[in-house]
Design a binder for this molecule. Structure first.
Ligand code: 6PG
Length: 242
């Protein structure tokens, strides 16, 4: 079921789609989507820490979330209670500028006081098979995530769940081969593990994502629709129309 928070939801607009419950939020400026995302993350952290004493967040890769991570660098938060994971990474050396974990560290994590043993990079430098096995051990015993951030590729992929590839739920983290978005070898948290979360925010910006958004909203089973946690997903959009 899909809901447009910025439009009146008459019955004919609320069509049954996949099992995914999606709530769509349209923002007029880049600053507005960045600030809304920051506010949502900090609110989730405050609630999780107040309720459970800790906050687990799974970071999106790619370029879209970088602006939000830069805002988090200057935010005031109970960093000692944060636990940071990644939803995917590229099989490249850990100091390669294309690594999602390096982007998060240089933009945000190196500048705040989250304990080092609470920042869990995916060891993608080990290669996709060994790295996935290692990360699956890291995730073993980690309870339901509090918040998962996800991006959207122009082909409808999310994390490293790509179109026309088998959905591997054999472990909490799995190897990806022949990814259409370089590099070919990646590691992704599995669909099933990503769904074990209280909240999901998709960050979708730029006209390049319009076709994927159109497909998504028209019921095409793009990989983003695989993400169907019990509380649904929120899709924050800027620069795409719906
Ligand atoms: C990656 C990401 C991937 C990304 C989308 C969107 O490693 O590339 O995990 O899923 O989120 O491709 O990328 P942009 O934000 O750069 O458009």
């Amino acid at each position: 079921m899909m809901q447009n928070t910025n439009q009146e939801n008459s019955p004919e607009k609320m069509q049954e789609k996949t099992s995914q419950i999606s709530r769509w939020h349209h923002f007029e400026t880049q600053d507005a989507i960045n600030q809304a995302t920051l506010n949502r993350i900090l609110a989730a952290a405050n609630e999780s820490i107040a309720s459970r004493g800790c906050f687990s967040i799974v970071l999106a890769g790619g370029s879209t979330p970088k602006n939000v991570y830069a805002l988090l660098k200057d935010a005031n938060a109970n960093w000692a209670n944060w636990h940071v994971y990644h939803n995917d990474d590229r099989c490249l050396p850990s100091d390669n500028s294309e690594r999602n974990s390096l982007m998060a560290r240089t933009t945000w994590l190196n500048h705040v006081s989250i304990p080092a043993n609470q920042i869990h990079d995916i060891p993608a430098e080990l290669g996709n098979i060994e790295g996935a096995k290692t990360y699956a051990k890291t995730l073993a015993g980690v309870p339901e995530f509090d918040l998962v951030l996800l991006g959207l590729g122009e082909d409808g992929h999310t994390a490293s769940l790509f179109p026309n590839q088998p959905v591997d739920n054999s472990a909490d983290a799995v190897p990806v081969f022949n990814a259409p978005k370089p590099p070919a070898d990646r590691i992704t948290v599995s669909q099933q593990r990503l769904n074990n979360t209280r909240e999901v925010i998709f960050l979708v910006t730029g006209a390049g994502k319009q076709d994927a958004v159109n497909d998504w909203r028209n019921g095409v089973a793009i990989p983003a629709t695989l993400i169907s946690p019990k509380n649904g997903v929120d899709v924050y959009c800027f620069g795409v129309m719906f």
